[in-house]
Design a protein around this ligand. Structure first.
Ligand code: ATP
Ligand code: MN
Length: 441
């Protein structure tokens, strides 16, 4: 028996042919003489009918939501069926009969009415049952786009001559601020979970020049927002012999590439999620760019009391981003709110060569910049920030031996997806979210 993916049947190639499918029961409706079974596989859902005189009737009566099965039958065109095709089932075998599935209709059953949502589908309940909720059509769509976005990003990096590298997750010194650092016992040492792979990528540019990684970063974020996880996937890149313009150009081209490819290849998933595909289709480089000082002026003009030198909060970012209505950059931030490794303008040391990429509703999705390549300047910054020079000895070696101007950035995969797919919360962009309160299963 050759099994046909449901999506291929819905494309119409199998009309009036007998097919075999395998999957799970998505929905069931029983009439006196006909049972309607909607079957799902990884590619889609299709309705099937079983008539009372059929030998499959007994099993159709017995089968429950989320049971796994194999089915054979004749494909018919039927405009009343979701997707326009239906299978008149001739044979049905139950593989694994499911117990009463603890998620009822509601969100799991796309297209069902709001009234059908029960207590059993509360956010809290679905979070506890994440391992089962991942079978929902919504999560299926999100995970497909997530997989595709990773592939599109990798294609882009490869086309630009970047090598994918694998940095460590256990680290001995902080990259970003100490307040979001997760410490852990490592035998009899104290180590941390990495907040960013940047410093390790910087090591590797001396061998490979253009490097990137897509790896987890960990942040002990206590605040509950729609854009913070404690474990997220970080797309980071570093490369030498480049400046701020190269950096921003690369980032906007990466984002435009990913968005264009998603608009072409992920139509069904965007539709399934009711996400606005025209928004991603219209992402084209170059993006608007304003300096931090211009951002402050714009915010003040809108009545915000933010002062030059303040870090932009979520509300400020959102105000600016919503006005742009598309991805854009803010660059040239005050040095004092940027990390120790940020290079400063030599004539204006109060300004750091740093750029954030922002999108509407979410705010920041990436931070990048020019890295300090001068050993003396870097040492001074490490001391000014109250960090321990000896923790960064190997990092200073990179400036001792053949230092080179270089740039890099980090983009949060989940923030990108949350924006692309119009998700209400970042936790729905990753299969197993981790936040202060969510870590099961
Ligand atoms: P924020 O100020 O929004 O918390 P950040 O400036 O501390 O972010 P960076 O250190 O610049 O974050 O990290 C680079 C990118 O990683 C961010 O632009 C964002 O896309 C992503 N990121 C950072 N922290 C988180 C988090 N807790 N959850 C998900 N993504 C994150
Ligand atoms: Mn940042």
């Amino acid at each position: 028996m050759i099994f046909v993916p449901i999506q291929e049947i819905l494309q119409g190639d199998y009309e009036n042919k007998t097919v075999a499918i395998r999957g799970w029961i998505y929905r069931k409706r029983e009439g006196k003489r006909t049972i309607f079974l909607v079957v799902r596989d990884s590619t889609g859902i299709i309705q099937s009918t079983i008539k009372s005189e059929s030998s499959a009737w007994k099993d159709a009566e017995k089968i429950t939501i989320e049971s796994s099965l194999i089915m054979e039958g004749l494909v018919k065109k039927d405009s009343r069926a979701p997707g326009g095709y239906e299978i008149a089932a001739e044979k049905l075998s139950i593989i694994g009969l499911a117990e009463l599935f603890p998620i009822t209709k509601g969100k799991h059953r796309a297209g069902s009415d709001a009234e059908e949502k029960s207590e059993m589908d509360s956010e809290e309940h679905l979070r506890r049952l994440r391992h089962l909720w991942l079978r929902s059509l919504d999560m299926n769509h999100v995970m497909k786009v997530r997989g595709d976005v990773l592939a599109f990003a990798r294609d882009f990096f490869k086309s630009r001559g970047f090598t994918e590298v694998s940095p460590p997750m256990f680290i001995s010194a902080a990259v970003e601020g100490g307040s979001t650092l997760f410490g852990l016992k490592y035998f009899d040492q104290n180590l941390y979970l990495t907040q960013s792979s940047q410093l390790y990528l910087e090591i590797l540019i001396y061998s490979l020049e253009r490097v990137y990684c897509i790896a987890p970063s960990f942040r002990a974020e206590k605040s509950r927002t729609i854009r913070h996880l404690t474990e997220y996937w970080h797309m980071e890149a570093e490369w030498p012999f480049a400046d701020m313009n190269d950096l921003m150009r690369f980032e906007e081209e990466l984002m435009a590439h990913v968005c264009q490819r998603a608009a072409e290849h992920c139509k069904r998933d965007f539709e399934g999620l009711h996400a606005d595909i025209s928004k991603v289709a219209s992402v084209k480089a170059p993006f608007p760019k304003i300096t931090y000082s211009e951002a402050i002026d714009r915010l003040n003009a809108k009545g915000s009391s933010v002062n030059w030198g303040d870090d932009l909060g979520y509300d400020d970012e959102k105000t600016l981003a919503d006005a742009f209505g598309q991805p854009f950059f803010i660059y040239d931030y005050p040095t004092k709110i940027k990390a120790f490794y940020c290079k400063t303008h030599r004539q204006r040391p109060e300004i750091a060569m740093s750029a954030d990429l922002l999108v509407p509703r979410i705010g920041e999705i990436s931070t990048g910049g020019v890295r300090e390549d001068d050993k003396e300047m870097l040492t001074r910054r490490i001391n000014e920030m109250g960090l321990k020079e000896e923790d960064y000895d190997w990092y200073l070696d990179l400036r001792r031996y053949g230092t080179v101007p270089h740039v890099g950035f980090g983009m949060g995969l989940e923030r990108l997806l949350t924006w692309m797919l119009d998700l209400g919360n970042i936790i729905d962009s990753i299969p197993f979210p981790r936040t202060t309160r969510v870590f099961y299963p």
